[in-house]
Design a protein around this ligand. Structure first.
Ligand code: NOJ
Ligand code: CA
Length: 701
């Protein structure tokens, strides 16, 4: 139809619809989640959300601050549409073999005083909501200069919250727990998404005379989905009003947050809702708000376990650079230090170890030239991604690995010199393919070049998409470190399968580290965006073992390190410790050898954010179940009820638990291994040490 005619047709339709008929609410298929929307007196859109009849998000304003346009207020509702969707999809890997996707959607068609159009989409699922803005194609509007997004999240109580401060360049922070009114988001007064908050109600207002603060059970996780061509969203904290305001990550160059071409849709803003903490773990809302897979062939993407030349650099017994950080200004006159990790010999040792113990991959960091100049210099053109150090024989090693049935995992530390990386990307990926590699770990340590861009700003978000697209072309999977935090992108680009984008286990090697509660918070926050390359499996938890002067420790018992393979979801999991440490404890290492990385089903056995988490997962390719149960700094006991096992089957459960007297601080090493025969409905009691855990393989007889 001719464009103008179509316009007229839509206009007549809208004009014929009496205002009172315009839908302004939508409920989820099960009816437990309801969204109300409308326009305030000044024509600014708003929404609110209730869950099981309780107001969990109060009246919250919406709008976009667009340069030279008014997409904030003065709107009229020209039309509304509703639609229902009920379906399911099968991810190529994940926590479930199949994911149900059921929602009701409401679209508000709005026009501002100048007749410019904006659409607001609201999706109501039984486990939460999503909303996004669309600026549809229209006469006279080609480019949007987004100064800010004006989305609000009005909390209805002074919720208990688990948060990290908004940092535009990093997500590697320790979590804090506080009421909203006490969130200290220094330096920008922001918290990052995903933020987990639990509604607290003042019982006094409901049932006098008891004056008592109590949680009413509702958990909210605020995050985003489909973050493409736009900055990541943080939340600016209005402590007094218990209000979160969207805060888009800027660049230092200007106050412009994003520049977009019309038509344009923002990412979805997501609020996962659950009656208890376990419900947040079970939710697939963030994945569901992303677009379906755009790759034709995903059969080559294989979840995997890997070892690597990695921890030995973090604990300080070898180096990334061949010359031992002599920091010479010229490439001549450098003599090898003898401490280089990525040598041909050492890599062979790791390949042998991987082959012997059934690992799929060997990550090799420090294989390429540039490490001698990489850190803190903030200069472009440091790294070559196609030039190995002279003591790393990549042709030989590629063949050696192939003969042993192991894949080398490539490492691309960009040192955040992104144009340097982009200029080499195609060659680098072709170089990987020429050497039989199909997985890369990328890294973005340091400040971004181009100077002024931020790790989580629009420019970098677009870079991460270019990496996802280009690697997909070469059938390469990406595990990004220091990248923007995941937002369920693995539904659309399953080859961007994991990220670090939070404070990983590595911090324990060289800093104050991660407190024992850290791993009981990540699955309720960061990991809801997608798998995390946390790098568990540290058996030698005291850094004094490498250097008596060192005092750093991994804040864990060894049994807890095993449990993390189940509780910290990722389609690729590293056995991060050194082969020589595993060789000393092969009986304990057996759990890491045996535990799968891909699942058909997931059950939550116990969950409290920041305190404890127990998960059972069914192997994607067998009837076996694997259980991880972890605690924070407090010792706890749980009865794990095996009511998910198949009727009529018997299983052998091998339990790896904290041994006698275990404690993360004083006695981290003891692991007790026992075997019991179990069937559906049986109970396994686990006693978790302070900072401890239990890991269980339940194998069908
Ligand atoms: C930080 C990454 O998180 C870590 O895994 C890597 O070893 C170093 N950067 C060096 O690239
Ligand atoms: Ca890191």
């Amino acid at each position: 139809m001719h464009k103008q005619l179509l316009f007229l047709f839509v206009a007549i339709l809208a004009a014929c619809q009496p205002e009172a008929d315009l839908a302004t609410s939508v409920s989820s298929p099960g009816g437990n989640v309801a969204i109300e929307t409308g326009l305030s007196d000044n024509g600014q859109p708003w929404y609110s959300v209730s869950f099981n009849g309780k107001p969990v998000v109060g009246k919250s304003l919406l709008g976009l601050d667009i340069q030279e346009q008014n997409f904030k207020d003065g709107f009229k509702m020209t039309n509304t549409e509703t639609r229902s969707y009920s379906g399911s999809w099968k991810p190529p890997y994940g926590e479930y073999a199949e994911i149900a996707e059921n929602f009701n959607e409401l679209t508000l068609h709005l026009a501002n005083a100048d007749g410019q159009k904006m659409n607001l989409y609201f999706k109501a699922f039984d486990d939460g909501i999503g909303f996004r803005y669309e600026i549809p194609e229209q006469e006279g509007l080609d480019t949007l200069v987004v100064m800010d997004e004006l989305s609000q999240f009005q909390m209805t109580a002074d919720n208990k919250s688990w948060w990290i401060p908004g940092d535009w360049d990093s997500n590697e922070h320790v979590y804090s727990t506080s009421k909203i009114s006490e969130i200290d988001g220094t330096p920008y007064n922001e918290a990052e998404t995903p933020i987990h908050t639990q509604r607290i109600v003042d019982v006094h207002s409901v049932k006098t005379p008891f004056i008592q603060m109590m949680d009413d059970g509702t958990h909210l996780l605020i995050h985003e989905a489909a973050l493409w061509d736009y900055p990541a969203m943080h939340l600016h904290i209005d402590r007094e009003n218990l209000l979160f305001n969207s805060q888009l990550i800027p660049s230092e160059h200007s106050s412009v947050k994003s520049v977009n071409t019309v038509p344009f849709k923002t990412p979805w803003r997501s609020i996962t809702l659950a009656e208890d903490a376990a419900g947040i773990i079970r939710s697939n809302l963030v994945l569901n708000l992303n677009d379906p897979c755009v790759l034709d062939d995903v059969s080559w993407i294989k979840p995997q376990k890997y070892v690597g030349i990695w921890w030995e650099m973090h604990v300080g017994i070898s180096t990334w650079d061949m010359y031992g950080s002599q920091d010479m200004s010229s490439a001549t006159n450098r003599t090898p230090s003898g401490k280089h990790g990525a040598t041909t010999e050492n890599t062979k040792r790791y390949i042998d170890f991987a082959a012997e113990h059934g690992f799929d991959g060997v990550l090799v960091e420090g294989w390429n030239i540039g490490w001698e100049d990489w850190f803190g210099k903030w200069i472009d053109s440091v790294f070559s991604f196609t030039t190995p150090y002279p003591d790393y024989d990549i042709d030989f090693l590629s063949k050696y690995a192939a003969d042993k049935g192991v894949k080398i995992i490539m490492h691309h530390e960009t040192s955040s010199a992104v144009p340097n990386y982009e200029s080499q990307m195609e060659d680098a990926y072709q170089f990987m393919k020429d050497h039989g590699m199909d997985a890369v770990k990328t890294g973005y340590v340091g400040r971004i070049i181009p100077k002024g861009e931020m790790h989580d700003g629009q420019w970098m978000v677009n870079h991460f998409r270019r990496v996802a697209e280009t690697t997909a072309k070469y059938k390469i999977a990406v595990n990004s470190h220091e990248s923007v935090r995941p937002f369920g992108q693995m539904r659309t680009y399953p080859n961007w399968w994991a990220a670090e984008a939070a404070r990983g286990n590595e911090f324990n090697a060289w800093s104050a580290g991660n407190p024992p509660e850290h791993e009981t918070i990540l699955p309720f926050t960061r990991i809801k965006g997608g798998g995390m390359d946390y790098t568990p499996g540290i058996f030698e938890v005291r850094m004094s073992a490498y250097d008596p002067k060192k005092t750093e420790v991994v804040h864990t018992t060894v049994a807890k390190q095993l449990a993390l393979y189940v509780t910290m979801y990722s389609p690729l999991q590293m056995a991060a410790d050194l082969p020589q440490n595993y060789e000393k404890r092969l009986d304990v290492f057996k759990f890491i050898e045996d535990v799968p990385v891909d699942w058909q089903d997931t059950k939550v056995l116990h969950a409290a954010v920041g305190d404890h988490l127990g998960i059972a997962r069914k192997d994607k390719n067998s009837d076996n179940w694997w259980i991880g149960s972890i605690t924070d700094e407090e010792a706890r006991s749980f009865d794990l009820k095996l009511d998910f096992l198949d009727d009529g089957k018997t299983y052998t459960a091998t339990i790896y638990e904290d041994g006698e007297g275990a404690h993360w601080k004083d006695n981290p090493y003891p692991v007790n291994i026992r075997t019991v025969e179990v069937k559906k409905g049986d109970v396994i009691e686990v006693n978790l040490a302070a900072g401890g855990g239990a890991a269980i393989g339940v194998v069908a007889n």
